[in-house]
Design a protein around this ligand. Sequence first.
Ligand code: AMP
Length: 376
Amino acid sequence: MKIGILGGGQLARMMALAGYPLGHEFLVVDPNEDACAGQLCELIVADYDDPDALDRLADECGVVTLDFENVPVAAVARLAAKVPVKPGARALAVAQDRLNEKNTFTELGIPCPAYAAVDSREELDRAADEIGLPAVLKTRRLGYDGKGQAVIKEPADIDSAWSELGGQPLILESFVAFKRELSIIAVRSDDELVFYPLTENRHKNGILVTSFAPANAPKVEELAQRHARKLMETLDYYGVLAVEFFDCGDHLVANEIAPRVHNSGHWTIDGAVTSQFENHLRAILGWPLGATRAKGASAMLNWIGAMPDPATGLKYPEAHWHDYGKKPRAGRKVGHVTLNASNILTLQTELATFAMALGEQLKEWGADAFNTSRAD
Ligand code: AMP
Protein backbone atom coordinates (compact mmCIF):
# COMPACT_ATOMS: atom_id res chain seq x y z
CA MET A 1 0.00 0.00 0.00
CA LYS A 2 1.06 3.59 -0.56
CA ILE A 3 1.18 5.57 2.70
CA GLY A 4 1.01 9.37 2.69
CA ILE A 5 3.01 11.44 5.16
CA LEU A 6 2.52 15.14 5.93
CA GLY A 7 6.02 16.37 6.73
CA GLY A 8 9.23 15.02 5.22
CA GLY A 9 11.78 15.21 8.02
CA GLN A 10 13.76 12.48 9.73
CA LEU A 11 10.64 10.94 11.29
CA ALA A 12 9.07 10.42 7.85
CA ARG A 13 12.41 9.07 6.65
CA MET A 14 12.61 6.54 9.50
CA MET A 15 8.96 5.54 8.93
CA ALA A 16 9.83 4.81 5.31
CA LEU A 17 12.92 2.82 6.34
CA ALA A 18 10.65 0.71 8.57
CA GLY A 19 7.89 0.49 5.97
CA TYR A 20 9.79 -0.75 2.91
CA PRO A 21 10.43 -4.23 4.36
CA LEU A 22 6.68 -4.45 5.06
CA GLY A 23 6.06 -3.86 1.35
CA HIS A 24 4.85 -0.26 1.45
CA GLU A 25 5.54 2.82 -0.65
CA PHE A 26 5.45 6.40 0.58
CA LEU A 27 4.29 9.75 -0.77
CA VAL A 28 5.49 12.69 1.30
CA VAL A 29 4.38 16.36 1.34
CA ASP A 30 6.74 19.04 2.62
CA PRO A 31 7.14 22.73 1.69
CA ASN A 32 10.92 22.32 1.77
CA GLU A 33 12.54 20.84 -1.33
CA ASP A 34 15.48 19.62 0.81
CA ALA A 35 13.19 17.58 3.13
CA CYS A 36 15.36 14.59 3.98
CA ALA A 37 12.63 11.96 3.48
CA GLY A 38 12.74 13.04 -0.17
CA GLN A 39 16.04 11.16 -0.53
CA LEU A 40 14.05 7.94 -0.04
CA CYS A 41 10.43 8.66 -0.98
CA GLU A 42 8.52 10.52 -3.65
CA LEU A 43 8.26 14.11 -2.38
CA ILE A 44 5.59 16.66 -3.29
CA VAL A 45 7.04 20.11 -2.55
CA ALA A 46 3.96 22.07 -1.43
CA ASP A 47 2.36 23.73 1.57
CA TYR A 48 0.47 21.42 3.89
CA ASP A 49 -2.85 22.98 2.91
CA ASP A 50 -2.17 22.95 -0.84
CA PRO A 51 -5.39 21.49 -2.35
CA ASP A 52 -3.61 19.71 -5.23
CA ALA A 53 -1.10 18.06 -2.90
CA LEU A 54 -3.88 16.94 -0.55
CA ASP A 55 -5.92 15.59 -3.48
CA ARG A 56 -2.94 13.56 -4.66
CA LEU A 57 -2.51 12.08 -1.18
CA ALA A 58 -6.22 11.22 -1.05
CA ASP A 59 -6.20 9.68 -4.55
CA GLU A 60 -3.01 7.64 -4.27
CA CYS A 61 -2.73 6.63 -0.60
CA GLY A 62 -4.61 4.10 1.53
CA VAL A 63 -3.84 5.98 4.74
CA VAL A 64 -2.12 9.25 5.66
CA THR A 65 -0.03 10.02 8.72
CA LEU A 66 2.19 12.84 10.03
CA ASP A 67 5.82 13.47 10.86
CA PHE A 68 5.00 16.97 12.09
CA GLU A 69 2.24 18.10 14.46
CA ASN A 70 1.90 21.68 13.23
CA VAL A 71 0.07 20.81 10.05
CA PRO A 72 -3.09 23.00 9.76
CA VAL A 73 -5.95 21.16 11.48
CA ALA A 74 -8.38 22.30 8.76
CA ALA A 75 -6.22 20.64 6.07
CA VAL A 76 -6.18 17.37 8.02
CA ALA A 77 -9.94 17.54 8.55
CA ARG A 78 -10.45 18.14 4.79
CA LEU A 79 -8.17 15.25 3.89
CA ALA A 80 -9.88 12.96 6.42
CA ALA A 81 -13.15 13.28 4.51
CA LYS A 82 -11.47 11.38 1.62
CA VAL A 83 -8.85 9.09 3.18
CA PRO A 84 -8.19 7.86 6.75
CA VAL A 85 -5.73 10.20 8.53
CA LYS A 86 -4.14 8.72 11.67
CA PRO A 87 -3.72 10.31 14.16
CA GLY A 88 -6.61 12.65 13.38
CA ALA A 89 -7.54 16.32 13.62
CA ARG A 90 -8.75 16.04 17.24
CA ALA A 91 -5.38 14.92 18.60
CA LEU A 92 -3.62 17.58 16.54
CA ALA A 93 -5.85 20.37 17.86
CA VAL A 94 -4.90 19.36 21.41
CA ALA A 95 -1.18 18.89 20.75
CA GLN A 96 -0.79 22.15 18.79
CA ASP A 97 -1.89 24.40 21.63
CA ARG A 98 -0.31 24.12 25.06
CA LEU A 99 -3.46 25.54 26.68
CA ASN A 100 -5.72 22.90 25.07
CA GLU A 101 -3.16 20.29 26.04
CA LYS A 102 -3.12 21.31 29.71
CA ASN A 103 -6.92 21.63 29.81
CA THR A 104 -7.12 18.06 28.45
CA PHE A 105 -4.68 16.76 31.12
CA THR A 106 -6.76 18.50 33.78
CA GLU A 107 -10.08 17.12 32.48
CA LEU A 108 -8.60 13.61 32.53
CA GLY A 109 -7.18 13.95 36.04
CA ILE A 110 -3.58 13.75 34.77
CA PRO A 111 -1.43 16.02 36.98
CA CYS A 112 0.34 18.86 35.10
CA PRO A 113 2.09 22.08 36.21
CA ALA A 114 -0.15 24.92 37.51
CA TYR A 115 -0.88 27.11 34.46
CA ALA A 116 -2.66 30.21 33.22
CA ALA A 117 -3.30 31.66 29.76
CA VAL A 118 -1.45 34.97 29.23
CA ASP A 119 -2.51 37.43 26.53
CA SER A 120 -1.34 40.73 28.00
CA ARG A 121 1.33 42.12 30.29
CA GLU A 122 -1.30 42.58 33.05
CA GLU A 123 -2.29 38.93 32.75
CA LEU A 124 1.36 37.93 33.03
CA ASP A 125 1.75 39.88 36.30
CA ARG A 126 -1.45 38.34 37.64
CA ALA A 127 -0.44 34.81 36.57
CA ALA A 128 3.01 35.18 38.15
CA ASP A 129 1.34 36.21 41.42
CA GLU A 130 -1.11 33.32 41.33
CA ILE A 131 1.27 30.58 40.18
CA GLY A 132 4.35 31.87 41.98
CA LEU A 133 7.98 31.90 40.80
CA PRO A 134 10.01 30.25 39.36
CA ALA A 135 7.75 29.73 36.37
CA VAL A 136 8.12 29.16 32.62
CA LEU A 137 6.50 31.44 30.03
CA LYS A 138 5.82 29.59 26.77
CA THR A 139 4.18 30.34 23.44
CA ARG A 140 0.95 28.36 23.18
CA ARG A 141 1.78 27.33 19.62
CA LEU A 142 4.78 26.28 17.52
CA GLY A 143 7.30 25.90 20.36
CA TYR A 144 9.76 23.02 20.02
CA ASP A 145 13.19 22.05 21.34
CA GLY A 146 12.92 24.71 24.07
CA LYS A 147 12.22 27.46 21.51
CA GLY A 148 9.49 29.95 22.40
CA GLN A 149 10.00 29.75 26.15
CA ALA A 150 11.60 31.79 28.91
CA VAL A 151 12.22 30.87 32.54
CA ILE A 152 11.13 33.55 35.01
CA LYS A 153 13.14 32.99 38.16
CA GLU A 154 12.29 36.24 39.97
CA PRO A 155 10.07 39.29 39.41
CA ALA A 156 12.95 41.15 37.72
CA ASP A 157 12.87 38.56 34.86
CA ILE A 158 9.25 39.30 33.93
CA ASP A 159 10.10 42.31 31.72
CA SER A 160 12.66 40.47 29.62
CA ALA A 161 10.43 37.37 29.26
CA TRP A 162 7.58 39.63 28.09
CA SER A 163 9.72 41.54 25.62
CA GLU A 164 11.03 38.25 24.21
CA LEU A 165 7.66 36.51 23.83
CA GLY A 166 4.83 39.06 24.28
CA GLY A 167 2.37 39.82 21.46
CA GLN A 168 1.24 36.23 20.82
CA PRO A 169 -0.92 33.80 22.84
CA LEU A 170 1.16 32.56 25.80
CA ILE A 171 0.88 30.28 28.79
CA LEU A 172 2.64 30.61 32.14
CA GLU A 173 3.34 27.37 33.95
CA SER A 174 4.92 26.60 37.30
CA PHE A 175 8.53 25.41 37.20
CA VAL A 176 8.58 21.75 38.21
CA ALA A 177 11.51 20.67 40.38
CA PHE A 178 11.62 17.22 38.85
CA LYS A 179 13.96 14.31 39.58
CA ARG A 180 14.25 13.35 35.93
CA GLU A 181 12.30 13.42 32.67
CA LEU A 182 10.54 10.30 31.44
CA SER A 183 8.50 9.58 28.35
CA ILE A 184 6.23 6.78 27.31
CA ILE A 185 5.71 5.62 23.74
CA ALA A 186 2.26 4.06 23.40
CA VAL A 187 0.85 2.38 20.29
CA ARG A 188 -2.84 1.84 19.59
CA SER A 189 -4.38 -0.09 16.71
CA ASP A 190 -8.05 -1.00 16.22
CA ASP A 191 -7.92 -3.70 18.88
CA GLU A 192 -4.58 -3.43 20.72
CA LEU A 193 -2.91 -0.88 22.98
CA VAL A 194 0.72 -1.56 23.86
CA PHE A 195 3.53 0.35 25.56
CA TYR A 196 7.29 0.47 25.26
CA PRO A 197 9.25 0.52 28.53
CA LEU A 198 9.62 4.05 29.92
CA THR A 199 12.53 6.08 28.54
CA GLU A 200 14.63 8.48 30.63
CA ASN A 201 15.56 11.68 28.76
CA ARG A 202 18.23 14.34 29.26
CA HIS A 203 17.91 17.79 27.69
CA LYS A 204 20.43 20.60 27.18
CA ASN A 205 19.06 24.05 26.36
CA GLY A 206 15.63 22.49 25.81
CA ILE A 207 16.94 19.97 23.20
CA LEU A 208 16.90 16.23 23.83
CA VAL A 209 20.50 15.03 23.94
CA THR A 210 20.36 11.50 25.39
CA SER A 211 17.73 8.86 26.14
CA PHE A 212 18.14 5.70 28.21
CA ALA A 213 15.82 2.73 28.03
CA PRO A 214 14.38 0.90 29.78
CA ALA A 215 14.33 3.57 32.50
CA ASN A 216 14.47 2.04 35.95
CA ALA A 217 11.10 3.40 37.05
CA PRO A 218 9.00 0.61 38.58
CA LYS A 219 7.06 3.02 40.84
CA VAL A 220 5.60 5.03 37.98
CA GLU A 221 5.59 2.66 34.98
CA GLU A 222 1.95 1.64 35.37
CA LEU A 223 0.88 5.18 36.16
CA ALA A 224 2.43 6.43 32.90
CA GLN A 225 0.59 3.67 31.03
CA ARG A 226 -2.71 4.64 32.65
CA HIS A 227 -2.24 8.30 31.68
CA ALA A 228 -1.33 7.42 28.08
CA ARG A 229 -4.30 5.04 27.80
CA LYS A 230 -6.73 7.73 28.97
CA LEU A 231 -5.34 10.21 26.45
CA MET A 232 -5.54 7.77 23.54
CA GLU A 233 -9.06 6.66 24.36
CA THR A 234 -10.30 10.23 24.83
CA LEU A 235 -8.64 11.55 21.67
CA ASP A 236 -9.79 8.55 19.61
CA TYR A 237 -6.12 8.08 18.81
CA TYR A 238 -4.52 5.46 16.53
CA GLY A 239 -0.79 5.10 15.92
CA VAL A 240 2.13 6.06 18.16
CA LEU A 241 1.59 8.70 20.84
CA ALA A 242 4.44 9.97 23.01
CA VAL A 243 3.73 11.51 26.42
CA GLU A 244 6.50 13.40 28.21
CA PHE A 245 6.48 13.49 32.01
CA PHE A 246 8.43 15.07 34.82
CA ASP A 247 9.18 12.33 37.37
CA CYS A 248 8.71 13.78 40.84
CA GLY A 249 9.49 10.57 42.76
CA ASP A 250 6.13 9.09 43.63
CA HIS A 251 4.07 10.87 41.00
CA LEU A 252 4.30 12.06 37.41
CA VAL A 253 3.56 15.55 36.12
CA ALA A 254 2.64 15.63 32.43
CA ASN A 255 4.62 18.08 30.28
CA GLU A 256 3.38 17.51 26.75
CA ILE A 257 2.19 15.02 24.17
CA ALA A 258 3.56 14.40 20.69
CA PRO A 259 0.97 12.96 18.27
CA ARG A 260 3.58 11.04 16.28
CA VAL A 261 6.65 8.88 16.53
CA HIS A 262 9.07 10.61 18.89
CA ASN A 263 12.77 11.28 19.33
CA SER A 264 12.75 9.55 22.74
CA GLY A 265 11.63 6.38 20.96
CA HIS A 266 14.50 6.22 18.45
CA TRP A 267 16.27 3.66 20.62
CA THR A 268 13.53 1.17 19.68
CA ILE A 269 15.00 0.79 16.16
CA ASP A 270 18.04 -1.03 17.52
CA GLY A 271 16.99 -1.76 21.10
CA ALA A 272 13.46 -3.21 20.93
CA VAL A 273 11.95 -6.22 19.19
CA THR A 274 9.80 -3.95 16.98
CA SER A 275 10.64 -0.29 16.38
CA GLN A 276 8.21 2.53 17.13
CA PHE A 277 8.24 3.31 13.38
CA GLU A 278 7.19 -0.17 12.34
CA ASN A 279 4.55 -0.36 15.07
CA HIS A 280 3.17 3.04 14.08
CA LEU A 281 2.68 1.80 10.52
CA ARG A 282 1.18 -1.50 11.68
CA ALA A 283 -1.22 0.44 13.96
CA ILE A 284 -2.48 2.87 11.31
CA LEU A 285 -2.98 -0.04 8.89
CA GLY A 286 -4.91 -2.08 11.48
CA TRP A 287 -2.23 -4.80 11.38
CA PRO A 288 -1.24 -6.85 14.45
CA LEU A 289 1.34 -4.97 16.53
CA GLY A 290 4.88 -6.25 17.12
CA ALA A 291 6.46 -6.94 20.52
CA THR A 292 7.62 -3.79 22.35
CA ARG A 293 10.10 -5.60 24.61
CA ALA A 294 13.56 -4.05 25.03
CA LYS A 295 16.58 -6.08 23.92
CA GLY A 296 18.91 -5.32 26.85
CA ALA A 297 19.71 -1.70 27.73
CA SER A 298 20.04 1.12 25.19
CA ALA A 299 21.38 4.65 25.12
CA MET A 300 20.48 7.00 22.27
CA LEU A 301 22.62 10.09 21.62
CA ASN A 302 21.38 12.81 19.30
CA TRP A 303 23.80 14.43 16.90
CA ILE A 304 23.00 18.12 16.99
CA GLY A 305 24.40 20.65 14.50
CA ALA A 306 26.66 18.26 12.54
CA MET A 307 27.43 14.54 12.24
CA PRO A 308 30.71 13.39 13.79
CA ASP A 309 33.10 11.16 11.85
CA PRO A 310 31.41 7.76 11.47
CA ALA A 311 34.82 6.10 11.24
CA THR A 312 35.36 7.01 14.91
CA GLY A 313 31.83 6.22 16.06
CA LEU A 314 31.65 2.88 14.28
CA LYS A 315 34.80 1.61 16.00
CA TYR A 316 32.36 0.65 18.75
CA PRO A 317 30.86 -2.68 17.76
CA GLU A 318 27.60 -1.96 19.62
CA ALA A 319 27.06 1.43 17.94
CA HIS A 320 24.17 1.78 15.49
CA TRP A 321 24.64 4.82 13.26
CA HIS A 322 21.79 6.95 11.89
CA ASP A 323 22.57 9.88 9.57
CA TYR A 324 19.40 11.71 8.46
CA GLY A 325 20.99 13.17 5.33
CA LYS A 326 20.44 16.75 6.54
CA LYS A 327 22.72 19.73 5.98
CA PRO A 328 24.63 20.79 9.13
CA ARG A 329 23.12 23.74 11.01
CA ALA A 330 23.48 24.91 14.62
CA GLY A 331 20.83 23.38 16.90
CA ARG A 332 19.51 21.03 14.19
CA LYS A 333 19.03 17.32 14.87
CA VAL A 334 21.03 15.69 12.06
CA GLY A 335 21.35 12.10 13.27
CA HIS A 336 21.66 9.80 16.26
CA VAL A 337 23.58 6.81 17.49
CA THR A 338 22.23 4.00 19.65
CA LEU A 339 24.47 1.94 21.90
CA ASN A 340 23.11 -1.37 23.06
CA ALA A 341 24.33 -3.65 25.85
CA SER A 342 23.06 -6.68 27.72
CA ASN A 343 22.68 -4.68 30.94
CA ILE A 344 22.86 -1.15 32.28
CA LEU A 345 26.32 -1.48 33.87
CA THR A 346 27.96 -2.60 30.63
CA LEU A 347 26.06 0.14 28.83
CA GLN A 348 27.37 2.79 31.22
CA THR A 349 31.00 1.69 30.62
CA GLU A 350 30.49 1.57 26.87
CA LEU A 351 28.89 4.99 26.91
CA ALA A 352 31.74 6.55 28.88
CA THR A 353 34.39 5.31 26.41
CA PHE A 354 32.23 6.22 23.44
CA ALA A 355 31.60 9.75 24.75
CA MET A 356 35.36 10.21 25.32
CA ALA A 357 36.25 9.07 21.83
CA LEU A 358 33.66 11.32 20.22
CA GLY A 359 35.00 14.18 22.33
CA GLU A 360 34.44 17.80 21.43
CA GLN A 361 30.84 17.74 20.28
CA LEU A 362 29.66 15.98 23.42
CA LYS A 363 31.63 18.00 25.97
CA GLU A 364 29.16 20.87 26.17
CA TRP A 365 26.38 18.48 27.19
CA GLY A 366 28.13 17.84 30.53
CA ALA A 367 28.77 14.54 32.31
CA ASP A 368 25.15 14.27 33.49
CA ALA A 369 23.97 13.65 29.94
CA PHE A 370 25.85 10.31 30.04
CA ASN A 371 24.95 9.20 33.52
CA THR A 372 22.48 6.37 33.33
CA SER A 373 22.16 6.00 37.11
CA ARG A 374 19.60 8.58 38.19
CA ALA A 375 17.14 5.73 38.68
CA ASP A 376 14.80 5.06 41.66
P1 AMP B 1 9.01 21.58 26.24
O1 AMP B 1 9.26 22.19 24.90
O2 AMP B 1 7.78 22.07 26.91
O3 AMP B 1 9.09 20.08 26.22
O4 AMP B 1 10.26 22.05 27.15
C1 AMP B 1 11.59 21.67 26.86
C2 AMP B 1 12.32 21.35 28.15
O5 AMP B 1 12.30 22.48 29.05
C3 AMP B 1 11.65 20.21 28.96
O6 AMP B 1 12.03 18.96 28.48
C4 AMP B 1 12.20 20.52 30.35
O7 AMP B 1 13.54 20.11 30.47
C5 AMP B 1 12.15 22.05 30.39
N1 AMP B 1 10.85 22.50 30.95
C6 AMP B 1 9.75 22.79 30.21
N2 AMP B 1 8.71 23.13 31.01
C7 AMP B 1 9.15 23.05 32.27
C8 AMP B 1 8.54 23.25 33.57
N3 AMP B 1 7.26 23.64 33.70
N4 AMP B 1 9.31 23.03 34.66
C9 AMP B 1 10.61 22.66 34.56
N5 AMP B 1 11.24 22.46 33.37
C10 AMP B 1 10.53 22.63 32.25
